[in-house]
Design a protein around this ligand. Structure first.
Ligand SMILES: NC(=O)c1ccc[n+]([C@@H]2O[C@H](COP(=O)([O-])OP(=O)(O)OC[C@H]3O[C@@H](n4cnc5c(N)ncnc54)[C@H](O)[C@@H]3O)[C@@H](O)[C@H]2O)c1
Ligand SMILES: [Zn+2]
Ligand SMILES: [Zn+2]
Length: 368
């Protein structure tokens, strides 16, 4: 079937919106008519080939839409269901068997590096030529996208579908890092480094779980303002002085119980560890270029502090995404404040505005 898609032709080149073809769903697959897709920093990291995803490919991995057709054997979904698309996993490794699919042995292979079905075929083509597909089991910078029964999540029909796509990656990542991974007890303190869509989602979640001090750190004044609106009790810019000292001062000299690194900058990661109280936990979310290293003070860490990596906020999407939607409905998780809409044809402008910090979470509306 012909679809309109934004193809990434080669490293760091502009997205090219053109007509290509998508397959009919095979067993276990679910084809979705995409209504709107969020743009995540990871799409741009891959466009620029800091991670070696084969090109030409269709990227995009924060889609919301309506099920168009399902393959043989699919039971969870039927045509007409409203859905959010998210990641998948191999279903065969210990992490998958134990329900921790974000720590699948082949998470990067399935979602990024293979850019194809498990058998090596692609769901997309351009007049017979291979177009790499299955990016996060979506490739959803397009009017239609192919997911799997596991990666497509049913959502209620009474919520505006256009805003829901980012729940499938950036927003569940930030919120889940707090609500699932760190799970701060009410009254505890947290510092969030990086107030992009991931960090701001973490800040909203920190308010939901009842953190008493929520410290946002970012360079951009507009994002710090947004952080305050969403629940930050304190905001800090590295341009105004030593961030670690400021956090120690805000917490009476002890440091924060929890911190999150959501900038992907190694020196910021170091600050996120240095500002921890004894027994504090730092969650690492930022995705830097492969091979990036960091130095830490061993004695500081030895005194009971923990550093842990977090993938997709430890989300179990079938239950976590509906939970976030319910919190949104109650006005306790107003993630719509992060969103700016663009038409698919303006995808390069959206990428530019995201990279320059003009917008926090661009969402591309698909023409239908
Ligand atoms: N681990 C995962 O599963 C996962 C999932 C989604 C996204 N990510 C990654 O999370 C990171 C954040 O994503 P995002 O969409 O929010 O990105 P973003 O670029 O919108 O946000 C990053 C923020 O960091 C700020 N920043 C830059 N330098 C800083 C400094 N020195 N101190 C403090 N703040 C600084 C920027 O101003 C920006 O607001 C990215 O690296 C992304 O690839 C990881
Ligand atoms: Zn697995
Ligand atoms: Zn993402």
């Amino acid at each position: 079937m012909d679809i309109l898609a934004a193809v990434t032709p080669a490293q760091s080149e502009d997205f090219s919106v053109e007509t290509i073809q998508i397959d009919d769903p095979r067993p276990g697959e679910v084809r979705v008519k995409v209504i709107a897709t969020g743009m995540c920093h990871t799409d741009l990291v891959v466009r620029d080939q800091y991670l070696p995803v084969p090109l030409p490919a269709v990227l995009g991995h924060e889609a919301a839409g309506i099920v168009d057709a399902v393959g043989v054997g699919v039971q969870k979904l039927k045509p007409g269901d409203h859905v959010v698309m998210t990641f998948d996993s191999c279903h065969q490794c210990p992490g998958c068997h134990e329900g921790d699919t974000v720590y699948c042995d082949d998470f990067l292979g399935v979602n990024l590096l293979s850019a194809a079905r498990p058998d090596g075929t692609t769901t997309l083509s351009r007049n017979g030529e291979v177009i790499h597909s299955n990016f996060f089991q979506q490739s959803s910078f397009a009017t239609y996208a192919m997911g799997t029964e596991e990666s497509v999540i049913k959502v209620p029909k009474d919520v505006d579908l256009e805003i829901l796509g980012p729940l499938g990656c950036g927003i569940q990542t930030g919120a889940g890092a707090v609500m699932n991974s760190l799970a701060p007890e009410a009254g505890s303190t947290i510092a969030v480094f990086g107030a992009g869509s991931v960090g701001l989602s973490a800040i909203m979640a920190a308010r939901v779980v009842g953190c008493s001090k929520i410290i946002a750190v970012d360079l951009m004044p507009g994002r710090l303002e947004m952080a305050k609106e969403l629940g930050a009790t304190h905001t800090l810019s590295p341009e105004d002085g030593d961030v670690v000292e400021a956090i120690l001062s805000i917490t009476g000299g002890s440091g924060v119980n929890y911190s999150l690194e959501a900038t992907a900058i190694s020196t910021v990661f170091r600050q996120a560890v240095d500002c921890l109280a004894l027994r504090g936990v730092c969650g690492l979310i930022g995705l830097p270029p492969a091979g990036t290293e960091v130095t830490l003070d061993m004695v500081h860490l030895l005194l009971g502090r923990t550093v842990r990596g977090i993938v997709e906020g430890d989300s179990k999407p079938d239950t976590f995404i509906p939970k976030l939607i319910e919190l949104y409905r109650q006005g306790r998780f107003p993630f719509d404040k992060l969103i700016s809409f663009y038409d698919l044809k303006d995808i390069n402008q959206a990428a530019h505005d995201s990279e320059t910090g003009v917008v926090i979470k661009p969402i591309l509306r698909m023409p239908h």
